[in-house]
Structures are given as C-alpha cells and as structure tokens.
Design a protein around this ligand. Structure first.
Ligand code: GLN
Length: 310
C-alpha cells in the first residue's frame, strides 16, 4: 500500500455509499427467528490499518451477532489447549461445495469436513475443556481480549432462539455422539449456540481480522498470544472454507482469508497487514452478506490487497 494510496475515512465512506444498495439483493436470515428481526438497512465498514489504527464508517455502533465468525476463535482456543493434531484427529482440512449446515461426511467417514462448517465447529467447541458453560466463557474471554473490548457479551434472546430451532445442529451433535467423537452432554451444543450469539460491531470484526492476519498480535501491539503457526492455520481455514461453498469463487474474486456469519458480518485478514470488518444483514444464498462482499471486493481491488498479487 503506497502512501498516496492511503486508506482514509473518506475512501471508506465512498466505498460504503457506492455499495450499500446491494443490501436490497439479499435476504436477512430468518431460519433463526430472532435474526429475522434485524434491520436490513444498517451498513458498517471498519478497517484496522497496518499501524493498528481503527477507521470506521457507517453504522459503526450497530451490534449484531457474530455467528459463524466465532468458529475461528473457538478453533484457536481448542488448538491452544489440545494441539492441532488432536483437534484434527477427527476432522478434515477439506473445502466443500456444501452449505454451512450440511452434514458433509458425517454419515460416510463419521468425521466433519472442516472446523468452519457447523458440524466441525460443534465438534471443535466440544473439545474445549471444562464443564457446563466454561468452554463458552473461554471463547468469550478470547474475543474480549482480541478486541480489547470487555463490554462484549452474548444475546440471550438470540441464543434461546437458536437453541429452540437448531434441530439440524442438534442432529449433527447426536450423530457425532453416536460416532464416538463427542462424549459430553448437550451443554456442549449450548456452548456452540452461545458463542454464535455473541454481539459485536464491525470494528470488533476488523480487530479479529487484524489479529489473525498479524501472527495473533493484537491491534494495539499486545503480543500475549503471538503465534505465527496458529495464524497460518486459522487463515488457511478461512481461505478454503470461511465463506462456505462460495470460498473458491471468493478466493478467485477477492483473494483474502475471510469468515462470514449469518448475522451479516464478515471478518477479513489482509495477511501481515490489516483487518477489515463489515456488516450488512441481508445475505446471499450461501449465507454471506451481499453488501459486505461488495465493499470488501471494492476495497481489495482499489488497494491491491489480493494475496495472489506480486
Ligand atoms: N449459528 C448459526 C448456525 O448454527 C451459524 C451459521 C453461520 O453463521 N453460517 O446455523
């Protein structure tokens, strides 16, 4: 990024204004009833630049649930506790042409395809040590650390809404129990529902993107969890499965490790450089924010952020 190509609030404002219209092409998730109440018009874009400086535009204070973006933090917590080999003993590094809530290989090999789809994410969270709510608390604590934002908490109403209607997730949980991958009680599934219900802003997501893009060093330089290897693992999973069955095309168009959630957020890593966070609730058929995707595409194109560029 050259000096004359500085990412400024003005540039981000332009990108937001030019792309917010795309929200009308998407549809707010309503398979979790509580999510259906989200405002379709709110749009936010946040960047944590190479110096760790935060630039926010749009509805920056708008909170939404993190949903599947929590999976990358859960993976971090599990790998730090158990080691990568143990976490991936019963799970693949595969990409997939199937949606996030697909059973994948569960019925064939007995094992989830990857930790980014629901099955693998439920398994990942079940591997974090501690009874009851402790594994969820560890994930929440890590998100608070990464964002340096202790006000972050989960939405009880979204959690209960997911718990009540998450029958596919419950099905996967019990199939994995049947296959001997999960031994605990349904508390473990609850922890997954709770982690998905954590409320964040686009700025929080940009800080999460920055963290995994920069060897797990926080935007303010705190290096307590510094790990080049862990950041490589997380970013590789984001690249091949973070946008679900759209991941391949997304890698072609944008070329940045990214993780979406059905709350309308996307966290993006610009490896070794920056973090980007976007929010717009209406989703495409894959469950990815439509206006969010367009803003990232514009930003990546204008500033040459694609990792496959020389
Ligand atoms: N909580 C959501 C679910 O389990 C997460 C899915 C997502 O964000 N893609 O269905």
């Amino acid at each position: 990024i050259s000096a004359k190509n500085q990412i400024t609030e003005r540039v981000l404002q332009e990108i937001l204004q030019q792309n917010k219209q795309y929200a009308s092409q998407g549809k707010v998730a309503d398979y979790i009833p509580e999510l259906g109440k989200m405002e379709p018009d709110a749009v936010a874009l946040s960047v944590v630049d190479t110096n760790g400086k935060v630039i926010n535009v749009g509805d920056v204070s708008k909170k939404f649930t993190i949903q599947s973006i929590s999976k990358i933090v859960a993976l971090m917590v599990a790998v730090r506790e158990k080691g990568e080999a143990a976490v991936f003993e019963n799970m693949g590094y595969y990409g997939s042409d199937k949606p996030f809530n697909h059973f994948g290989n569960l019925e064939i090999t007995g094992k989830p395809l990857n930790p980014m789809m629901n099955a693998g994410a439920i398994l990942t969270t079940s591997m974090i040590e501690g009874d009851g709510e402790i594994p969820f608390q560890k994930i929440l604590k890590m998100i608070r650390y990464i964002t340096n934002n202790n006000t972050i908490d989960y939405s009880k109403t979204v959690y209960l809404s997911e718990k009540e209607t998450g029958h596919r997730n419950r099905g996967m949980f019990y199939l994995m129990k049947n296959n001997g991958l999960i031994n605990g009680t349904e508390d473990q599934l609850d922890n997954y529902f709770k982690q998905c219900s954590i409320e964040v802003t686009a700025e929080d997501l940009a800080k999460i993107g920055y963290f995994f893009a920069n060897e797990c060093v926080r935007f303010d330089g705190d290096a307590t969890y510094k790990s080049t290897d862990l950041s490589k693992l997380i970013q590789s999973q984001m690249l091949i499965a973070g946008m679900y069955e759209f991941s391949g095309e997304y890698a072609r168009r944008i070329g940045l490790p990214s993780k979406s959630g059905v709350g309308g957020g996307i966290a993006v890593c610009v490896p070794g450089k920056m973090g980007i966070g976007v929010f717009s609730a209406p989703l495409d058929t894959h469950g990815n924010s439509v206006a969010g995707y367009q803003m990232i595409l514009d930003l990546a194109t204008q500033f040459g952020l694609n990792v496959f560029l020389p």
